[in-house]
Each structure stands twice: as structure tokens, then as C-alpha cells.
Design a protein around this ligand. Structure first.
Ligand code: AMP
Length: 282
């Protein structure tokens, strides 16, 4: 695998005559890689002749400076992990912030209702930062397909909208949430959980499963939402940021069940670590 830190290096390699014809799959990440990321990489490899992975902790998508400062950075280990999956034609792009943002002028996006709920509401500026970086990465890497996890389900919808707004010629491929054996959704932030919070964190998934069970039995959304919030807040050290039922396509919050597919989305502070998860309710 090739490792690049400069935009020009990526462009040159991407457009080499022997490379340019081969389909290119792209997996954008912020590093501190785990099996969830590798699942995306494997999927990209199975559907493309070559793959690119970016590793960039994007400062402008962090609304909380402490979260940015404490975000795990493990580049050497990441490259080692990727070394076992990637081949000669594949590359990693790991730029410094100055390379991505030579100046501080950024595009302002309007993602409409997609950004009016959940992460968009609770993390001001977050999705604009995501939009700016993914737009730049798409222009640099020019992938045929790009792979995003359903772990960040709202982000996936935002990226699809970004592709429409910017008319990028890339196919967005969603990938299912990868979980630890105990059910906790894999996340780079999990390593920051205290021992006790890590022990309790799988409760979130079991509570989501119990929620689905109740919804399928016909329970009303409002009381189930209240009950779920209450159950999470009763876990020592855990505090809900939001618990939301939302339409899968529009991401509009729902107060009543509909025939259209919807999911339950949660964001929870476990100590100073923010965890998100979601589960289809069908
Ligand atoms: P991140 O490095 O957290 O920005 O994530 C990079 C990509 O990996 C995003 O598309 C995430 O949705 C995806 N991802 C992160 N964790 C998981 C997971 N547990 N399962 C599936 N995809 C994931």
C-alpha cells in the first residue's frame, strides 16, 4: 500500500495511466481504526479494483474542543492494521490539517431538515464540518464508490445530500453497524470509557433491542421513548443527550408510529465520552 500526506501525491497516483482505469473505492475515517472501519475497507475491496482510506481527525467537525483534544490518534497502529488488508494498488491518505485547510474559508451547506434533528441539533456546526471535509476528500480522491457506516446514520443521509448538492459522481454505499461481542457498537471513542462505563455500555444495545420488541408489540412511541430515556439515565454515570424515533428516509422525528421504516437513535454521555447508536424498529 502507498501512504500519502500531500494532495498532489494522491492526484498523481490516482491518475497514473495504469491506475486510472481501475475502479476506486474510498473509506473516509478519522483513524483509531477498529473492526467497524475494517469491515468498510473489506467491503470496498470486494467491490473495487483498488481502495483508498483517508485518516484525518477533522477539526472543523468537532463542536467540543475537549472532544477534539482527547480524540485517540494511533496512526502507526492504524497503518499496521491496514497493511494486513491493503495491496500495492491501494493507498492511505493521512494529511495534516494545513494540507486540508490552507485557509479558514469554508463552504456553508444547507442540508435542510436532515440536519434539524439529533446530531445536527445537538452538535452545532458538526454536519457542515463533515460536509466540507467529505466534499474536499471526494475532489482529491475522486472515488467511484464511497463507504459509510450506518453507525453514523444521519451522517450517511447528509453525505447522500452532499453528493446531490455538489453533483459528485460517486456512489454512496451504506454498511451495517459492527458491534463488539457484547453488543456495544464499535467506536474509536470506546477506548476512553472508564472500566465501569465500558462494563455498563452494552446495556445501550440491549435497551434498544427491548425497545424494538415493545414497538413491535404495538406500544406507543412517546411512553417507550420516556422509558428508554429513564432506563439509560439510571445506568450509573450515563446521561442521555437524546432518544429519538425518526423516519429512516427523512430523519424527521416521530411521535407516532408510521408504516414507513423508522429507527430509534440514541446519543449518551458516558462520563465524558459521547456514544451514539441506532436500531431499526422493524
Ligand atoms: P470515524 O472514523 O468514526 O469517522 O468513522 C469512519 C467511518 O466508519 C464512518 O463511515 C463510520 O460510520 C464508520 N464506522 C465507525 N464505527 C462503525 C461501526 N461500529 N460499524 C460500522 N461502521 C462504523
Amino acid at each position: 500500500m502507498q501512504i500519502f500526506t500531500q494532495i498532489e501525491e494522491v492526484r498523481r497516483f490516482r491518475n497514473l495511466p495504469e491506475q486510472a482505469e481501475k475502479s476506486l473505492g474510498f473509506v473516509p475515517t478519522m483513524g483509531a481504526l477498529h473492526e467497524g472501519h475494517l469491515a468498510l475497507v473489506r467491503c470496498a475491496k470486494s467491490e473495487n479494483k483498488r481502495v483508498a482510506i483517508s485518516i484525518f481527525v477533522n477539526p472543523i467537525q468537532f463542536n467540543n474542543p475537549e472532544d477534539l483534544r482527547l480524540y485517540p490518534r494511533t496512526l502507526e497502529r492504524d497503518l499496521e492494521m491496514l497493511g494486513s488488508v491493503l495491496e500495492d494498488d491501494d493507498f492511505v491518505f493521512a494529511p495534516e490539517a494545513e494540507e486540508m485547510y490552507p485557509d479558514s474559508r469554508h463552504q456553508l451547506y444547507d442540508f435542510g431538515t436532515l440536519e434539524k434533528s439529533m446530531e445536527g441539533l445537538h452538535r452545532p456546526g458538526h454536519f457542515n464540518g463533515v460536509g466540507v471535509v467529505v466534499d474536499r476528500l471526494f475532489r482529491i480522491v475522486e472515488p467511484d464508490r464511497a463507504y459509510f457506516g450506518e453507525k453514523d446514520y444521519q451522517q450517511l443521509a447528509i453525505i447522500r445530500r452532499l453528493v446531490e448538492i455538489e453533483k459528485h459522481g460517486v456512489t454512496i454505499v451504506p454498511c451495517p453497524i459492527i458491534r463488539e461481542n457484547d453488543g456495544l457498537a464499535m467506536s474509536s471513542r470506546n477506548v476512553r470509557l472508564s472500566i465501569e462505563n465500558r462494563r455498563n455500555a452494552p446495556r445501550l444495545y440491549s435497551l434498544l433491542q427491548e425497545t424494538r420488541q415493545r414497538i413491535q408489540e404495538g406500544a406507543d412511541l412517546r411512553p417507550v421513548q420516556q422509558q428508554l430515556t429513564h432506563s439509560i439515565d439510571r445506568i450509573p454515570g450515563f446521561k442521555t443527550d437524546y432518544v429519538c424515533f425518526a423516519d429512516e428516509a427523512t430523519l424527521e422525528p416521530l411521535n407516532f408510529a408510521t408504516n414507513r421504516p423508522f429507527r430509534c437513535f440514541i446519543a449518551v454521555n458516558a462520563g465524558d465520552v459521547r456514544l451514539i447508536d441506532n436500531l431499526p424498529m422493524y
